[in-house]
Design a protein around this ligand. Structure first.
Ligand code: PAF
Length: 322
């Protein structure tokens, strides 16, 4: 009788459907953006490593709300995963703000080395005490200014410009020093505010300008590359803490694969985006090195403040990365 019972139990266990654990992943941009590319590469990699242990539900285009709300969802355990910009993440781990200092990171190669190296890894570790688990640094590219008021060639062209910024105090301070009227706003409100003329412009990398079709609401694009924009791939502590070591290793690998996909997207759009925005009717100008120097000079005041806030040592360490 005992044997029959044990055999029945075994049959039931074998026959029982194994349910995949669902991962809701929310991000601000469309599926055919660098965020979508990263999210899909993550899913493909994890599925390759772990089979059907996890299933994914994508919520692109701010389908779960703005970045701040989604990150709060991760903290609460109501959302499992996101890819979010450093601008928003500064409000969760203030040290990340140092990366938002204009002209601090020289080019993508420099930025990638900083983020993949000691400094970037030290910053990722600061997310666990903030109630989030950071897996890896993704990428958006260098931010540029778009506007409906005219081309920007000198700081004077920003005078009084109502420019939407992320909710990032470092950026707000910089645009104020340049004479603009920075208007911090969550991303889901931006297109509507541009359409209605509540703001004149915004700033984002080509990856966002192209994938969000900002040409439909903006006439001018100034390639000034004032700041490098990173993102982080994060999971909720509720999900992370429930994983075993093999699963954690697969998540880490999937994040690395997602970073490769995001960087490839950014490289492609940096190469082709200007032509496509011109074809779509935008007037595009690129700052010369001399014009850029005028913007750097105008930021001398905020730079002193940034040194006081983040420490000159950290800023020097970042600049010293070759
Ligand atoms: O400008 C922003 O808020 C961010 O760059 C965006 C578009 C939400 C992507 O993270």
């Amino acid at each position: 009788m005992k044997h029959v019972f044990a055999a029945a139990l075994l049959c039931a266990a074998v026959a029982a459907p194994s349910f995949a654990q669902e991962i809701k992943i929310g991000y601000a941009l469309a599926e055919d953006s660098h965020y979508g590319a990263g999210a899909k590469a993550f899913e493909a990699s994890l599925t390759e490593s772990l089979g059907d242990q996890f299933s994914f539900r994508h919520f692109p285009s701010s389908g779960l709300g703005g970045e701040r709300e989604v990150l709060e969802g991760l903290q609460l355990g109501t959302v499992e995963m996101t890819i979010a910009s450093d601008g928003t993440l500064t409000n969760f781990v203030p040290e990340v703000g140092v990366l938002g200092i204009p002209f601090l990171l020289r080019d993508k190669d420099h930025a990638r080395k900083v983020l993949d190296g000691e400094i970037g890894q030290e910053m990722l570790a600061k997310f666990d005490p903030a109630g989030l688990h950071a897996l890896a640094w993704g990428e958006q590219g260098f931010r540029h200014i778009t506007s409906n008021r005219g081309a920007v060639e000198a700081p004077a062209d920003l005078d009084g410009l109502k420019i939407r910024t992320m909710e990032n105090p470092v950026h707000i301070e910089a645009f104020r020093a340049l004479g603009a009227a920075p208007t911090p706003m969550a991303w889901p409100e931006v297109i509507g505010a541009l359409e209605q003329g509540a703001i004149d412009g915004q700033e984002n990398p080509l990856s966002v300008i192209v994938s969000a079709k900002l040409n439909e609401v903006q006439k001018y694009l100034t390639l000034d590359g004032h700041v490098y924009s990173s993102t982080i791939i994060l999971v909720s502590p509720a999900l992370w803490n429930g994983l075993d070591d093999a699963q954690k290793a697969a998540f880490d690998k999937a994040a690395k694969d997602a970073v490769v996909a995001m960087r490839a997207y950014v490289d492609d759009v940096d190469a082709s985006g200007v032509a496509s925005m011109k074809d779509a009717g935008m007037a595009v100008n690129e700052l010369t090195p001399e014009q850029k120097a005028a913007f750097r000079e105008a930021l001398a005041g905020p730079y002193q403040q940034y040194e006081a806030q983040f420490g000159k040592e950290l800023m020097d360490r970042i600049q010293a990365v070759e």
